[in-house]
Design a protein around this ligand. Structure first.
Ligand code: ADP
Ligand code: GLC
Length: 487
Protein backbone atom coordinates (compact mmCIF):
# COMPACT_ATOMS: atom_id res chain seq x y z
CA UNK A 1 0.00 0.00 0.00
CA UNK A 2 1.22 3.48 -0.82
CA UNK A 3 1.98 5.98 1.89
CA UNK A 4 -0.83 8.39 2.71
CA UNK A 5 0.18 11.98 2.17
CA UNK A 6 -0.03 14.94 4.53
CA UNK A 7 -1.38 17.78 2.40
CA UNK A 8 -2.02 21.40 3.33
CA UNK A 9 -4.42 23.19 0.97
CA UNK A 10 -4.79 26.97 1.00
CA UNK A 11 -7.83 28.50 -0.71
CA UNK A 12 -9.43 31.93 -0.54
CA UNK A 13 -12.92 30.47 -1.09
CA UNK A 14 -14.41 27.06 -0.38
CA UNK A 15 -17.82 25.69 -1.18
CA UNK A 16 -20.09 25.44 0.91
CA UNK A 17 -18.55 28.14 3.14
CA UNK A 18 -17.79 30.94 0.70
CA UNK A 19 -18.05 31.14 -3.06
CA UNK A 20 -17.72 33.57 -5.93
CA UNK A 21 -16.84 31.02 -8.62
CA UNK A 22 -15.32 27.71 -9.55
CA UNK A 23 -12.31 27.96 -7.20
CA UNK A 24 -14.70 27.34 -4.30
CA UNK A 25 -16.17 24.24 -5.97
CA UNK A 26 -12.72 22.87 -6.71
CA UNK A 27 -11.21 23.59 -3.27
CA UNK A 28 -14.17 21.92 -1.55
CA UNK A 29 -14.38 18.90 -3.84
CA UNK A 30 -10.61 18.28 -3.99
CA UNK A 31 -10.37 18.39 -0.18
CA UNK A 32 -13.30 15.99 0.22
CA UNK A 33 -11.93 13.58 -2.38
CA UNK A 34 -8.42 13.55 -0.87
CA UNK A 35 -9.92 12.98 2.57
CA UNK A 36 -12.09 10.15 1.25
CA UNK A 37 -8.99 8.58 -0.33
CA UNK A 38 -7.45 8.47 3.17
CA UNK A 39 -4.92 11.32 2.91
CA UNK A 40 -4.30 13.64 5.84
CA UNK A 41 -5.54 16.74 4.07
CA UNK A 42 -6.08 20.01 5.93
CA UNK A 43 -7.72 22.91 4.23
CA UNK A 44 -7.17 26.51 5.38
CA UNK A 45 -9.49 29.34 4.39
CA UNK A 46 -10.29 32.83 5.74
CA UNK A 47 -13.15 33.10 8.20
CA UNK A 48 -15.37 35.58 6.33
CA UNK A 49 -18.17 37.12 8.38
CA UNK A 50 -20.77 35.40 6.18
CA UNK A 51 -19.55 31.88 6.97
CA UNK A 52 -22.05 29.73 8.84
CA UNK A 53 -19.78 28.58 11.67
CA UNK A 54 -22.40 26.42 13.34
CA UNK A 55 -23.05 24.64 10.03
CA UNK A 56 -19.52 23.22 10.06
CA UNK A 57 -19.33 22.84 13.84
CA UNK A 58 -16.46 25.33 13.99
CA UNK A 59 -14.67 25.37 17.35
CA UNK A 60 -11.71 27.45 18.52
CA UNK A 61 -8.44 25.51 18.41
CA UNK A 62 -6.81 25.49 21.82
CA UNK A 63 -3.54 27.37 21.94
CA UNK A 64 -4.23 29.13 18.64
CA UNK A 65 -6.24 32.06 19.95
CA UNK A 66 -5.26 35.73 19.93
CA UNK A 67 -2.01 35.15 18.03
CA UNK A 68 -0.19 38.18 16.74
CA UNK A 69 1.08 38.52 13.24
CA UNK A 70 3.37 41.23 11.98
CA UNK A 71 3.73 41.98 8.29
CA UNK A 72 6.21 44.84 8.14
CA UNK A 73 4.48 47.82 9.72
CA UNK A 74 1.12 46.02 9.91
CA UNK A 75 0.02 44.14 13.01
CA UNK A 76 -2.90 41.77 13.22
CA UNK A 77 -4.37 39.46 15.80
CA UNK A 78 -5.82 36.19 14.56
CA UNK A 79 -7.31 32.97 15.90
CA UNK A 80 -7.79 29.57 14.34
CA UNK A 81 -11.05 27.65 14.26
CA UNK A 82 -11.46 24.03 13.32
CA UNK A 83 -14.49 22.58 11.58
CA UNK A 84 -15.56 19.80 9.23
CA UNK A 85 -16.70 20.01 5.63
CA UNK A 86 -19.66 17.82 4.64
CA UNK A 87 -18.13 14.35 4.47
CA UNK A 88 -15.83 15.03 7.42
CA UNK A 89 -12.72 16.61 5.88
CA UNK A 90 -11.06 19.01 8.33
CA UNK A 91 -11.09 22.73 7.63
CA UNK A 92 -9.21 25.42 9.51
CA UNK A 93 -10.56 28.94 9.47
CA UNK A 94 -8.27 31.92 9.97
CA UNK A 95 -10.34 34.30 12.03
CA UNK A 96 -9.35 37.96 11.90
CA UNK A 97 -12.44 40.20 11.71
CA UNK A 98 -10.34 43.25 10.93
CA UNK A 99 -9.42 41.60 7.61
CA UNK A 100 -12.27 39.24 6.74
CA UNK A 101 -15.43 40.87 8.08
CA UNK A 102 -16.00 42.97 4.96
CA UNK A 103 -18.91 43.49 2.55
CA UNK A 104 -17.65 40.83 0.17
CA UNK A 105 -15.09 38.03 -0.07
CA UNK A 106 -12.94 40.14 -2.41
CA UNK A 107 -12.73 43.90 -2.21
CA UNK A 108 -10.88 46.76 -3.84
CA UNK A 109 -9.85 48.10 -0.45
CA UNK A 110 -6.28 49.42 -0.24
CA UNK A 111 -5.25 46.50 2.00
CA UNK A 112 -6.56 43.75 -0.31
CA UNK A 113 -3.04 42.32 -0.78
CA UNK A 114 -2.50 42.36 2.98
CA UNK A 115 -5.72 40.43 3.61
CA UNK A 116 -4.34 37.46 1.69
CA UNK A 117 -0.67 37.83 2.64
CA UNK A 118 -1.86 37.67 6.25
CA UNK A 119 -4.04 34.65 5.46
CA UNK A 120 -1.09 32.83 3.90
CA UNK A 121 1.27 33.65 6.76
CA UNK A 122 -1.30 32.81 9.44
CA UNK A 123 -2.08 29.43 7.81
CA UNK A 124 1.58 28.43 7.76
CA UNK A 125 2.06 29.67 11.30
CA UNK A 126 -0.96 27.58 12.35
CA UNK A 127 0.59 24.47 10.73
CA UNK A 128 3.78 25.10 12.63
CA UNK A 129 2.04 25.54 15.96
CA UNK A 130 -0.10 22.46 15.32
CA UNK A 131 3.05 20.45 14.60
CA UNK A 132 1.57 19.62 11.18
CA UNK A 133 4.34 18.82 8.69
CA UNK A 134 2.80 18.79 5.23
CA UNK A 135 4.57 16.81 2.51
CA UNK A 136 2.66 18.95 0.04
CA UNK A 137 1.63 22.57 0.37
CA UNK A 138 -0.93 23.26 -2.35
CA UNK A 139 -1.74 26.93 -2.87
CA UNK A 140 -4.32 28.38 -5.25
CA UNK A 141 -4.36 31.59 -7.30
CA UNK A 142 -2.68 34.87 -6.40
CA UNK A 143 -4.14 35.00 -2.89
CA UNK A 144 -1.83 32.29 -1.57
CA UNK A 145 0.87 32.36 -4.25
CA UNK A 146 3.47 33.82 -1.88
CA UNK A 147 3.42 30.64 0.23
CA UNK A 148 6.37 28.94 -1.58
CA UNK A 149 8.52 32.05 -1.19
CA UNK A 150 7.57 32.36 2.49
CA UNK A 151 8.67 28.74 3.03
CA UNK A 152 12.05 29.54 1.53
CA UNK A 153 12.54 32.68 3.57
CA UNK A 154 10.48 33.13 6.73
CA UNK A 155 10.47 29.38 7.50
CA UNK A 156 13.76 28.42 5.82
CA UNK A 157 15.09 26.93 9.06
CA UNK A 158 11.86 25.33 10.27
CA UNK A 159 12.47 21.54 10.55
CA UNK A 160 8.75 20.83 10.27
CA UNK A 161 8.69 22.17 6.71
CA UNK A 162 12.00 20.70 5.59
CA UNK A 163 10.36 18.02 3.43
CA UNK A 164 7.46 20.20 2.28
CA UNK A 165 7.11 20.52 -1.50
CA UNK A 166 4.87 23.12 -3.09
CA UNK A 167 2.23 23.19 -5.83
CA UNK A 168 0.56 26.32 -7.16
CA UNK A 169 -2.67 25.89 -9.08
CA UNK A 170 -3.65 28.79 -11.32
CA UNK A 171 -7.43 28.91 -11.59
CA UNK A 172 -7.54 32.36 -13.07
CA UNK A 173 -4.52 34.08 -14.55
CA UNK A 174 -6.62 37.21 -15.11
CA UNK A 175 -6.27 38.09 -11.42
CA UNK A 176 -2.64 38.43 -10.32
CA UNK A 177 -2.70 40.30 -7.00
CA UNK A 178 -0.58 43.26 -8.12
CA UNK A 179 0.34 45.93 -5.59
CA UNK A 180 2.71 48.89 -5.51
CA UNK A 181 6.41 48.16 -5.00
CA UNK A 182 6.52 50.85 -2.35
CA UNK A 183 4.44 48.50 -0.19
CA UNK A 184 7.25 45.91 -0.24
CA UNK A 185 7.52 46.02 3.56
CA UNK A 186 4.00 44.51 3.72
CA UNK A 187 5.53 41.17 2.75
CA UNK A 188 7.31 41.06 6.08
CA UNK A 189 10.51 39.77 4.50
CA UNK A 190 14.01 40.42 5.81
CA UNK A 191 15.93 42.81 3.52
CA UNK A 192 18.13 39.99 2.16
CA UNK A 193 15.05 37.97 1.22
CA UNK A 194 13.73 40.86 -0.84
CA UNK A 195 16.36 39.96 -3.39
CA UNK A 196 14.18 37.05 -4.35
CA UNK A 197 11.46 39.38 -5.63
CA UNK A 198 11.07 39.71 -9.38
CA UNK A 199 13.46 42.56 -10.29
CA UNK A 200 11.67 43.59 -13.50
CA UNK A 201 8.36 44.07 -11.74
CA UNK A 202 10.02 45.97 -8.90
CA UNK A 203 11.72 48.27 -11.40
CA UNK A 204 8.29 48.83 -12.96
CA UNK A 205 6.92 49.80 -9.54
CA UNK A 206 4.88 46.61 -8.96
CA UNK A 207 4.85 43.40 -6.99
CA UNK A 208 2.90 40.60 -8.62
CA UNK A 209 1.76 37.89 -6.20
CA UNK A 210 0.92 35.27 -8.82
CA UNK A 211 4.30 35.69 -10.51
CA UNK A 212 6.10 34.75 -7.28
CA UNK A 213 4.11 31.54 -7.08
CA UNK A 214 5.18 30.74 -10.63
CA UNK A 215 8.80 31.51 -9.79
CA UNK A 216 9.02 29.56 -6.53
CA UNK A 217 6.46 26.73 -6.43
CA UNK A 218 7.99 23.32 -7.15
CA UNK A 219 5.20 22.55 -9.61
CA UNK A 220 2.60 24.72 -11.25
CA UNK A 221 -0.69 23.46 -12.53
CA UNK A 222 -3.67 25.03 -14.14
CA UNK A 223 -7.10 23.49 -14.47
CA UNK A 224 -6.97 22.00 -17.97
CA UNK A 225 -4.21 20.66 -20.26
CA UNK A 226 -5.15 23.05 -23.07
CA UNK A 227 -4.98 26.07 -20.77
CA UNK A 228 -1.56 24.92 -19.51
CA UNK A 229 -0.31 25.30 -23.07
CA UNK A 230 -2.24 28.52 -23.67
CA UNK A 231 -0.82 30.43 -20.70
CA UNK A 232 2.70 29.96 -22.03
CA UNK A 233 1.74 32.17 -24.99
CA UNK A 234 1.44 35.95 -25.18
CA UNK A 235 -2.23 35.63 -26.20
CA UNK A 236 -3.26 33.98 -22.91
CA UNK A 237 -0.34 34.48 -20.52
CA UNK A 238 -1.43 37.98 -19.44
CA UNK A 239 2.16 39.10 -19.07
CA UNK A 240 3.27 36.01 -17.14
CA UNK A 241 4.06 33.87 -20.18
CA UNK A 242 7.83 34.35 -19.92
CA UNK A 243 7.94 33.25 -16.29
CA UNK A 244 5.72 30.26 -17.15
CA UNK A 245 7.78 29.25 -20.16
CA UNK A 246 10.91 29.45 -18.03
CA UNK A 247 9.48 26.75 -15.74
CA UNK A 248 9.23 24.32 -18.67
CA UNK A 249 7.93 20.88 -17.67
CA UNK A 250 7.03 22.10 -14.18
CA UNK A 251 3.85 23.56 -15.71
CA UNK A 252 1.01 21.14 -16.45
CA UNK A 253 -2.78 20.98 -16.61
CA UNK A 254 -5.28 18.83 -14.70
CA UNK A 255 -8.91 19.13 -15.70
CA UNK A 256 -11.30 19.93 -12.85
CA UNK A 257 -13.79 17.34 -11.73
CA UNK A 258 -17.52 17.68 -11.15
CA UNK A 259 -19.21 17.09 -7.84
CA UNK A 260 -21.96 14.78 -9.07
CA UNK A 261 -23.42 14.60 -5.56
CA UNK A 262 -24.62 18.13 -6.23
CA UNK A 263 -24.73 18.39 -9.99
CA UNK A 264 -26.63 15.39 -11.30
CA UNK A 265 -30.26 15.41 -12.45
CA UNK A 266 -30.68 11.96 -10.87
CA UNK A 267 -30.43 13.45 -7.39
CA UNK A 268 -30.34 17.26 -7.63
CA UNK A 269 -31.74 18.53 -4.34
CA UNK A 270 -33.31 21.61 -5.87
CA UNK A 271 -35.42 19.72 -8.41
CA UNK A 272 -38.86 18.35 -7.58
CA UNK A 273 -38.36 15.44 -10.00
CA UNK A 274 -35.29 13.61 -11.21
CA UNK A 275 -34.23 12.22 -14.55
CA UNK A 276 -31.50 10.51 -16.52
CA UNK A 277 -30.87 9.68 -20.17
CA UNK A 278 -33.71 7.14 -20.07
CA UNK A 279 -36.33 9.54 -18.70
CA UNK A 280 -35.92 12.76 -20.65
CA UNK A 281 -39.67 13.37 -20.58
CA UNK A 282 -39.10 14.53 -17.00
CA UNK A 283 -36.62 17.13 -18.27
CA UNK A 284 -39.36 18.35 -20.61
CA UNK A 285 -41.76 18.58 -17.67
CA UNK A 286 -39.23 20.57 -15.63
CA UNK A 287 -38.76 22.91 -18.59
CA UNK A 288 -42.52 23.56 -18.70
CA UNK A 289 -42.63 24.19 -14.94
CA UNK A 290 -39.63 26.51 -15.14
CA UNK A 291 -41.04 28.42 -18.14
CA UNK A 292 -44.26 29.03 -16.19
CA UNK A 293 -42.34 30.24 -13.14
CA UNK A 294 -40.19 32.51 -15.32
CA UNK A 295 -43.28 33.79 -17.16
CA UNK A 296 -41.93 32.75 -20.52
CA UNK A 297 -44.73 32.69 -23.05
CA UNK A 298 -43.02 30.57 -25.70
CA UNK A 299 -44.51 27.18 -26.63
CA UNK A 300 -42.95 24.16 -24.86
CA UNK A 301 -41.27 22.95 -28.05
CA UNK A 302 -39.38 26.23 -28.51
CA UNK A 303 -35.76 25.67 -27.46
CA UNK A 304 -34.58 27.35 -24.28
CA UNK A 305 -31.00 28.58 -23.97
CA UNK A 306 -29.45 29.39 -20.59
CA UNK A 307 -26.40 31.01 -19.07
CA UNK A 308 -25.13 31.12 -15.47
CA UNK A 309 -22.00 33.17 -15.10
CA UNK A 310 -19.92 35.77 -13.42
CA UNK A 311 -20.41 38.69 -15.79
CA UNK A 312 -16.73 39.45 -16.36
CA UNK A 313 -14.78 40.19 -19.54
CA UNK A 314 -13.40 36.62 -19.46
CA UNK A 315 -16.81 35.15 -20.21
CA UNK A 316 -17.22 36.56 -23.74
CA UNK A 317 -20.58 38.19 -23.07
CA UNK A 318 -19.89 40.89 -25.66
CA UNK A 319 -20.14 38.28 -28.41
CA UNK A 320 -23.80 38.04 -27.43
CA UNK A 321 -24.38 41.77 -27.93
CA UNK A 322 -24.81 41.21 -31.67
CA UNK A 323 -25.42 37.50 -31.99
CA UNK A 324 -28.28 37.04 -29.52
CA UNK A 325 -30.70 39.76 -30.71
CA UNK A 326 -30.11 38.60 -34.30
CA UNK A 327 -30.85 34.95 -33.63
CA UNK A 328 -33.80 35.84 -31.38
CA UNK A 329 -35.18 37.98 -34.22
CA UNK A 330 -34.79 35.26 -36.79
CA UNK A 331 -35.68 32.03 -34.99
CA UNK A 332 -37.92 30.68 -32.28
CA UNK A 333 -35.81 30.69 -29.12
CA UNK A 334 -36.20 31.57 -25.44
CA UNK A 335 -33.35 32.66 -23.21
CA UNK A 336 -32.67 32.81 -19.47
CA UNK A 337 -29.59 34.43 -17.93
CA UNK A 338 -28.37 34.44 -14.33
CA UNK A 339 -25.31 36.39 -13.32
CA UNK A 340 -23.82 39.46 -11.81
CA UNK A 341 -20.79 41.56 -12.44
CA UNK A 342 -19.89 44.36 -14.80
CA UNK A 343 -22.76 46.85 -15.30
CA UNK A 344 -22.43 46.89 -19.13
CA UNK A 345 -23.28 43.18 -19.26
CA UNK A 346 -26.12 43.49 -16.78
CA UNK A 347 -27.49 46.41 -18.82
CA UNK A 348 -27.31 44.33 -22.01
CA UNK A 349 -29.32 41.47 -20.50
CA UNK A 350 -31.87 43.86 -18.98
CA UNK A 351 -32.33 45.54 -22.37
CA UNK A 352 -32.67 42.15 -24.06
CA UNK A 353 -35.42 41.24 -21.59
CA UNK A 354 -37.27 44.46 -22.47
CA UNK A 355 -36.81 43.93 -26.22
CA UNK A 356 -38.05 40.33 -26.21
CA UNK A 357 -40.87 40.24 -23.67
CA UNK A 358 -41.98 36.74 -22.70
CA UNK A 359 -38.92 35.24 -24.41
CA UNK A 360 -35.98 36.52 -22.38
CA UNK A 361 -35.52 36.58 -18.60
CA UNK A 362 -32.55 38.04 -16.77
CA UNK A 363 -31.78 37.52 -13.08
CA UNK A 364 -29.11 39.78 -11.73
CA UNK A 365 -27.49 38.24 -8.67
CA UNK A 366 -26.18 35.00 -7.29
CA UNK A 367 -28.67 32.18 -6.78
CA UNK A 368 -27.67 28.57 -6.32
CA UNK A 369 -31.16 27.13 -6.72
CA UNK A 370 -31.81 29.04 -9.91
CA UNK A 371 -28.44 27.91 -11.29
CA UNK A 372 -29.54 24.28 -10.87
CA UNK A 373 -32.92 24.97 -12.44
CA UNK A 374 -31.35 26.64 -15.46
CA UNK A 375 -29.08 23.62 -15.98
CA UNK A 376 -32.04 21.25 -15.80
CA UNK A 377 -34.65 23.20 -17.75
CA UNK A 378 -32.55 24.54 -20.62
CA UNK A 379 -31.92 22.82 -23.94
CA UNK A 380 -28.76 24.80 -24.68
CA UNK A 381 -26.13 26.37 -22.45
CA UNK A 382 -23.88 29.22 -23.64
CA UNK A 383 -20.19 29.60 -22.72
CA UNK A 384 -18.53 31.70 -25.43
CA UNK A 385 -15.55 32.52 -23.18
CA UNK A 386 -12.65 34.66 -24.26
CA UNK A 387 -10.53 32.44 -22.03
CA UNK A 388 -11.63 29.63 -19.71
CA UNK A 389 -9.05 27.84 -17.56
CA UNK A 390 -11.50 24.99 -17.03
CA UNK A 391 -15.14 26.02 -16.62
CA UNK A 392 -17.57 23.90 -14.69
CA UNK A 393 -20.96 24.76 -16.10
CA UNK A 394 -20.31 23.13 -19.46
CA UNK A 395 -19.58 19.87 -17.62
CA UNK A 396 -22.70 20.26 -15.48
CA UNK A 397 -24.67 20.91 -18.68
CA UNK A 398 -23.47 17.68 -20.25
CA UNK A 399 -24.81 15.65 -17.33
CA UNK A 400 -28.15 17.52 -17.43
CA UNK A 401 -28.72 16.82 -21.13
CA UNK A 402 -28.30 20.53 -21.85
CA UNK A 403 -26.16 20.97 -24.94
CA UNK A 404 -23.17 23.26 -24.32
CA UNK A 405 -22.26 25.85 -26.95
CA UNK A 406 -18.63 26.72 -26.22
CA UNK A 407 -15.63 28.42 -27.71
CA UNK A 408 -12.66 26.14 -28.30
CA UNK A 409 -10.43 27.39 -25.49
CA UNK A 410 -8.98 26.01 -22.24
CA UNK A 411 -11.12 23.52 -20.39
CA UNK A 412 -14.01 24.08 -22.77
CA UNK A 413 -11.87 22.59 -25.55
CA UNK A 414 -10.91 19.67 -23.30
CA UNK A 415 -14.41 18.77 -22.12
CA UNK A 416 -16.73 19.38 -25.10
CA UNK A 417 -16.34 17.82 -28.56
CA UNK A 418 -18.13 19.25 -31.55
CA UNK A 419 -21.00 17.07 -32.76
CA UNK A 420 -20.40 15.42 -36.14
CA UNK A 421 -23.78 14.46 -37.69
CA UNK A 422 -22.22 12.04 -40.18
CA UNK A 423 -20.57 10.06 -37.38
CA UNK A 424 -22.97 10.69 -34.50
CA UNK A 425 -20.00 11.63 -32.32
CA UNK A 426 -19.54 14.70 -30.14
CA UNK A 427 -21.19 16.29 -27.13
CA UNK A 428 -21.84 19.93 -28.00
CA UNK A 429 -21.35 22.76 -30.46
CA UNK A 430 -17.84 24.21 -30.54
CA UNK A 431 -16.69 27.35 -32.35
CA UNK A 432 -13.19 28.75 -32.77
CA UNK A 433 -13.05 32.45 -33.44
CA UNK A 434 -13.75 35.09 -30.85
CA UNK A 435 -16.25 37.09 -32.87
CA UNK A 436 -20.06 37.49 -32.91
CA UNK A 437 -20.38 35.80 -36.31
CA UNK A 438 -18.85 32.62 -34.93
CA UNK A 439 -21.23 32.57 -31.98
CA UNK A 440 -24.15 33.21 -34.32
CA UNK A 441 -23.01 30.26 -36.44
CA UNK A 442 -22.82 28.08 -33.33
CA UNK A 443 -26.30 29.08 -32.16
CA UNK A 444 -27.77 28.38 -35.58
CA UNK A 445 -25.95 25.05 -35.78
CA UNK A 446 -27.37 24.06 -32.41
CA UNK A 447 -30.88 25.15 -33.37
CA UNK A 448 -30.64 23.17 -36.64
CA UNK A 449 -29.66 20.06 -34.66
CA UNK A 450 -32.50 20.67 -32.21
CA UNK A 451 -34.89 20.54 -35.17
CA UNK A 452 -33.64 17.03 -36.04
CA UNK A 453 -34.86 14.78 -33.21
CA UNK A 454 -32.64 11.78 -34.03
CA UNK A 455 -29.46 13.89 -33.98
CA UNK A 456 -30.60 15.78 -30.90
CA UNK A 457 -31.28 12.57 -29.00
CA UNK A 458 -27.87 11.24 -29.94
CA UNK A 459 -26.15 14.46 -28.93
CA UNK A 460 -27.86 14.43 -25.53
CA UNK A 461 -27.04 10.78 -24.92
CA UNK A 462 -23.38 11.32 -25.81
CA UNK A 463 -23.14 14.22 -23.36
CA UNK A 464 -24.98 12.54 -20.51
CA UNK A 465 -22.64 9.54 -20.71
CA UNK A 466 -19.54 11.68 -20.00
CA UNK A 467 -17.85 11.22 -16.64
CA UNK A 468 -15.82 14.07 -15.17
CA UNK A 469 -16.08 12.89 -11.57
CA UNK A 470 -13.55 13.98 -8.97
CA UNK A 471 -12.86 10.37 -8.09
CA UNK A 472 -11.03 10.22 -11.41
CA UNK A 473 -9.43 13.66 -11.39
CA UNK A 474 -8.16 13.42 -7.83
CA UNK A 475 -5.94 10.52 -8.95
CA UNK A 476 -4.11 12.97 -11.19
CA UNK A 477 -3.39 15.29 -8.27
CA UNK A 478 -2.21 12.40 -6.11
CA UNK A 479 0.09 11.24 -8.93
CA UNK A 480 1.46 14.79 -9.17
CA UNK A 481 1.99 14.98 -5.38
CA UNK A 482 3.78 11.62 -5.43
CA UNK A 483 6.01 12.71 -8.29
CA UNK A 484 6.93 15.75 -6.23
CA UNK A 485 7.51 14.02 -2.92
CA UNK A 486 9.52 11.20 -4.51
CA UNK A 487 11.88 13.68 -6.17
P1 ADP B 1 -15.55 30.85 -12.80
O1 ADP B 1 -14.83 30.21 -11.68
O2 ADP B 1 -14.65 31.49 -13.79
O3 ADP B 1 -16.63 31.76 -12.37
P2 ADP B 1 -16.61 28.17 -13.40
O4 ADP B 1 -17.42 27.71 -14.55
O5 ADP B 1 -15.43 27.36 -13.06
O6 ADP B 1 -16.26 29.69 -13.67
O7 ADP B 1 -17.47 28.14 -12.07
C1 ADP B 1 -18.54 28.97 -11.83
C2 ADP B 1 -19.33 28.41 -10.67
O8 ADP B 1 -20.05 29.46 -10.06
C3 ADP B 1 -20.35 27.38 -11.09
O9 ADP B 1 -20.58 26.47 -10.02
C4 ADP B 1 -21.60 28.24 -11.35
O10 ADP B 1 -22.79 27.53 -11.28
C5 ADP B 1 -21.46 29.26 -10.25
N1 ADP B 1 -22.06 30.56 -10.54
C6 ADP B 1 -21.54 31.57 -11.28
N2 ADP B 1 -22.36 32.63 -11.28
C7 ADP B 1 -23.43 32.28 -10.53
C8 ADP B 1 -24.65 32.96 -10.16
N3 ADP B 1 -24.89 34.20 -10.56
N4 ADP B 1 -25.52 32.29 -9.36
C9 ADP B 1 -25.26 31.02 -8.97
N5 ADP B 1 -24.15 30.35 -9.29
C10 ADP B 1 -23.24 30.96 -10.06
C1 GLC C 1 -11.60 29.96 -12.43
C2 GLC C 1 -11.77 29.81 -13.91
C3 GLC C 1 -12.64 28.64 -14.28
C4 GLC C 1 -12.29 27.41 -13.45
C5 GLC C 1 -12.34 27.76 -11.97
C6 GLC C 1 -12.00 26.60 -11.06
O1 GLC C 1 -12.12 31.02 -11.83
O2 GLC C 1 -12.27 30.98 -14.50
O3 GLC C 1 -12.48 28.34 -15.65
O4 GLC C 1 -13.19 26.36 -13.72
O5 GLC C 1 -11.45 28.79 -11.68
O6 GLC C 1 -10.76 26.03 -11.34
Amino acid sequence: MQEKLAICLLASEVEPLSKTGGLADVAGALTRSLHRAGHDVRLFTPCYATIDRAGIEAEPVEGLQGLSLALGPNHYVFSVLHGRLPGGAPVHLIDCPELYARRAIYTSDPDEHLRFLAFTRASLEACRRLGFAPRVLHCNDWHTAFAPLFLRTVWAREPLFRATRTVLTIHNIGYQGIFAAERVADLGLAPAARELLHPGDLAGGRINALRHGILYADLITTVSPTHAREICSAEYGMGLEDSLRARGAAVSGILNGVDYEKWDPRRDRYLPRHYDAGSLAVKGELKRQFAAREKLTTAPEVPLAGIVSRLAVQKGIELMFEALPKVLDERPLAFVALGNGEPRYEEFFSALERDFPGRVRFHSGYDDELAHWIEAASDLFLMPSRYEPCGLNQMYSLRYGTVPIVRRTGGLADSVQHYEPALGTGTGVVFDDFNPGALEWALNTALDLYAQPAHWARLLRNGMAQDFSWERQVGEYVALYRRLTAA
